[in-house]
Design a binder for this molecule. Structure first.
Ligand code: AMP
Ligand code: TRP
Length: 315
């Protein structure tokens, strides 16, 4: 049985990009595979974060996992910091990834670009080492992620090859990333040339946004001067992004989505996209609220996170 592993950082409000690129698909593996999904709270420490915010986000993320349809009877859902072996293996693996290759990681370059050198934590630089530890610790075969994490799975593969050639084939299991054909990179609604990310309130749809807010954000999404609903990433990035959002939520191909909107004006097209996103997120939010209100399943992840928090308070 294939082993599937993925995680999300509890660093900010989750976006529709996180949902379409990663979260929504985790449950797809739980009937046929051995699924491990975790709250990447150690990775959340790679940039400054308030301990209380980390605590709330971690609990929220656990509730999001459950609301997405992950079933704790079928999948193992846990907090990264509650399994000390992640950090232990990290300490070993850091000897097998090199400064040069780590400094070429796009995520590191983007995140550190605007930071002063003496404020960039070593953990941000070594982020892929911990991620490699997460993956090989569980002998994961498949790592479902959005496009921006491919590079980190690839460096994990390099590391596995390196270790296996040194200590013998089969020492570590070689993981494969799995990205979705449609929706592996959802773009900002206010600037469709940049990725939708947790730190961009204007162009983001947050998973807990109210329905009228979601509608408004989609209706005012940046498009182009044309009038044809067609996928063309170069010349129509805004329309292409909305088509991607629609197709991924409907679970159809881009071509099928295009066919449905032949002859539509942009405004009418956006209205259907807004209805679709709301149709998905409204029941999701209801499930999330029920889970938070009942507290069931959440308390264990909270205990672990408060241990981390008290550690944080000590340092
Ligand atoms: P993070 O928020 O960085 O912990 O990301 C959690 C997961 O969401 C990762 O698998 C990312 O690749 C994925 N993800 C984040 N932003 C996007 C986006 N705009 N489009 C698609 N996937 C995304
Ligand atoms: N780095 C991932 C992200 O930002 C989160 C993550 C940490 C992860 N460890 C992982 C994803 C292991 C997959 C496998 O999205």
């Amino acid at each position: 049985m294939a082993r599937i592993l993925s995680g999300i950082k509890p660093t900010g409000k989750l976006t529709l990009g996180n949902y379409i690129g990663a979260l929504k698909h985790f449950k797809d593996f739980q009937d046929s595979g051995d699924v491990y999904i975790f709250i990447a709270d150690l990775h959340a420490l790679t940039l400054p974060i308030d301990p209380e915010v980390l605590r709330i986000n971690s609990r929220d993320l656990a509730a999001f996992y459950l609301a997405s349809g992950l079933d704790p009877q079928k999948a193992t859902i846990f907090t990264q910091s509650s399994v000390p072996e992640h950090a232990e293996l990290n300490a070993i693996l850091q000897n097998y990834l090199y400064m040069g290759e780590l400094s070429r990681m796009t995520q590191f370059k983007e995140k550190s670009m605007h930071m002063k050198e003496n404020a960039i934590g070593l953990g941000l630089f070594a982020y892929p080492v911990l991620m490699a530890a997460d993956i090989v610790l569980y002998d994961a075969d498949i790592v479902p992620v959005g496009e921006d994490q491919i590079q980190h799975v690839e460096i994990t593969r390099d590391l596995v090859h390196r270790i296996n050639s040194r200590y013998g084939e089969g020492t570590l299991v070689l993981p494969n990333y799995k990205i979705n054909k449609v929706g592996a990179r959802i773009m900002s609604l206010s600037d469709p040339n940049v990725k939708m990310s947790k730190s961009d309130p204007k162009g983001d749809i947050f998973l807990l946004d109210e329905m009228p807010v979601i509608r408004k954000k989609i209706m005012s999404a940046v498009t182009d001067m044309g009038n044809e609903v067609k996928y063309d990433k170069e010349n129509k990035p805004g329309i292409s992004n909305l088509l991607t959002i629609y197709a991924s939520l409907r679970e159809i191909s881009i071509e099928e989505a295009e066919k449905q909107f032949v002859g539509y004006r942009y405004g009418d097209f956006k209205k259907v996209v807004a209805d679709t996103v709301i149709g998905e997120l409204e029941p999701f939010q209801n499930r999330y609220r029920e889970i938070i209100a009942s507290g069931e399943y959440l308390d264990r992840s909270e205990e672990h996170t408060s241990e981390l928090q008290s550690h944080h308070d000590l340092v």
